[in-house]
Design a protein around this ligand. Sequence first.
Ligand code: AMP
Length: 283
Amino acid sequence: MKVIHNVSDTQIYLRELRITSNKTIGFIPTMGALHDGHISLVEQSVKNNDITVVSVFVNPRQFNDKSDFENYPVNHQRDLDLLDKAGCNLVFLPSADDIYKNFVGFNMDFNGLDKIYEGEFRPGHFQGVVDIVYRLFEIVNPHKAYFGQKDFQQLAIIKLMTKLANFDIEIVSCPIVREKSGLAMSSRNLRLSQEQFKNAANIYKLLIVIANKLKVGDDTDKHCQYFIDEIEKISDMKAEYCVFCNPESLVSVKKINKNSEIIMCVAVWCGKIRLIDNIILVF
Ligand code: AMP
């Protein structure tokens, strides 16, 4: 496995593989502190492509909360060992100065998608995500890029950006990987205390309870209120939002219709750690 830090070396190396050697390239952007969720994306890419590239970069532009950025877990050696084992071919480990040199940002019309749900509580977050993914797509120029369904809104926005920017890249959406308890894997889980880690499993448990109760004709607000109230009963936990929406357009859904696919999305504070999760429901 090759590790490159420099932007132009990465471009030259991958251009040669893509154009001269005719290799297909799969790409997974990450912020490191890797877990089995990230590795599942890598394994998917290894299966589908000749070459798998992973970037590890904690992107300052997408943090609306300075202390979240400063406390974001970093462990490059462990990440490199995991990626090597998973069959990754190239790790791109850039510096912020190099990656953003002469790059102002990608100006796009989010059609309001950056202001709702996650966007309402994390102002500027999605512009930061779009900036880094746009820049990484320019540098890596993959055939396919892999993203987790856990970040449902990020996925919808990246699909929109790819279309608006005319990138010829297939965006592949991958299922959420969970701990044995059901808690969605996240790099931020490393910052939970033992008790918080145990309590956080209730997020998915409640999503399942609600999924089992839901039926056609139901008013979704009622189920969201139940989620919020049940989370509030757990020590040190508070729900930030709960929403049902269309998984593609992200338009909110107030009533469950027959033959519809809906995603139920939540954000929950566990002490000072903010966790998100979701579940796709088909009626
Ligand atoms: P991050 O390092 O948090 O920016 O995540 C990098 C990629 O891994 C994103 O596409 C995430 O959606 C994806 N990801 C994070 N957690 C999980 C998980 N538990 N299961 C599947 N994919 C995940």
